[in-house]
Design a protein around this ligand. Structure first.
Ligand code: 13P
Ligand code: SF4
Length: 307
């Protein structure tokens, strides 16, 4: 267990290393508080993808999970992208294999493949366009065909179909183990305890939760809604790391987790010591084949051009 003094010393050292290495530190909204505090940018998947693409620095240190660091590498292939903890993966991204997607493409040859960014680089390379939770509906509305294969998250796929009724959305049974376990009972019970509160949830939640929430938004969407909303109490259906940022940026409002707080253990793996080691030892470089980068880049660039 590190003391506050140790943490502050480590933070200073990381900031210096970052400067010496001409590195930028990007962190996802679910990261632990001390990592959030020293990040150059903190955001949702879409914001972080855009920043990785535009970054001027030579090195990108990604405090997040593997698919996010891979996305940064695909969008900025000449840069060195470091994922400080090699095992920080996203189980949802592993829920579809390239062979399974190839089979789906053969079954529906006239459909476009829209893959959620929470996928491996190999899946992106087999996709026509990518999307994130904040732009999935817009992306599917924009594709120039009537039928899409949407992988891998079934809940986000359901949400897209509900909002884009003019298209047929073929979904895949993947899910996020953090969001899948917020139940309708949790929602009803938390609303009963805080009847005046608004409810905002991430689109990876199950459909019964999505149907009964006030807002269905990405993590960046939650920050925006929380600022705009007149409600003083807000119930949040996503990973608990969001509550830290929401509370910090809205000190006059109260945030409650929808049911028991849920933790994405992979997002919590990256510590200050990992960031220090990553910057000293250049660990762990994201390495993708040039063919995968070229093909996946088409899908990611198309997403950026649609939104
Ligand atoms: P956001 O893009 O909304 O931050 O979501 C990423 C994610 O992994 C949610 O579980
Ligand atoms: Fe993946 Fe879920 Fe963690 Fe997001 S919260 S990184 S979807 S496991």
């Amino acid at each position: 267990m590190q003391s506050d003094q140790d943490k502050e010393a480590l933070k200073k050292e990381i900031l210096k290393l970052k400067k010496d290495r001409k590195a930028i530190l990007l962190a996802h909204n679910y990261q632990i508080s001390e990592v959030q505090e020293i990040a150059d940018f903190l955001g949702d998947s879409l914001e972080l993808s855009k920043i990785s693409k535009a970054a001027k620095e030579e090195v990108i240190v990604f405090a997040g999970v593997r698919f996010m660091a891979e996305t940064a590498k695909i969008l900025s292939p000449k840069k060195k992208v470091l994922l400080p903890v090699q095992e920080a993966g996203c189980p949802l991204a592993e829920m579809i294999e390239p062979e399974q997607l190839i089979e789906l493409k053969q079954k529906y040859p006239d459909a476009w493949v829209v893959s959620y960014v929470n996928t491996t680089a190999e899946i992106k390379a087999l996709s026509d366009v990518c999307c994130t939770s904040s732009n999935a509906v817009t992306v599917v509305k924009n594709v120039p065909v009537k039928k899409v294969i949407f992988v891998p998250d079934k809940n986000l796929g359901w949400w897209v179909q509900k909002n884009v009724s003019e298209k047929e959305v073929i979904t895949w049974p993947g899910f996020c183990f953090v969001h899948e376990y917020f139940s309708l009972k949790d929602l009803e019970e938390t609303r009963r305890i805080h009847p005046e509160a608004e409810v905002m949830v991430h689109p990876e939640c199950i459909k019964e939760v999505l149907e009964n929430a006030d807002y269905v938004v990405s993590t960046a969407g939650m920050l925006k809604k929380a600022k705009e909303s007149k409600a003083k109490k807000i119930i949040v259906g996503t990973e608990e790391g969001m509550i830290y940022r929401l509370s910090k940026e809205n000190p006059n409002k109260e945030f409650y987790s929808l049911g028991n707080a849920k933790v994405c253990t992979n997002m919590k793996r990256t510590t200050l010591s990992d960031l220090r080691r990553a910057l000293i030892k250049d660990e762990y470089k994201v390495d993708l084949s040039p063919e995968t980068i070229d093909r996946a880049q088409i899908a990611l660039e198309r997403m950026v051009s649609y939104v």
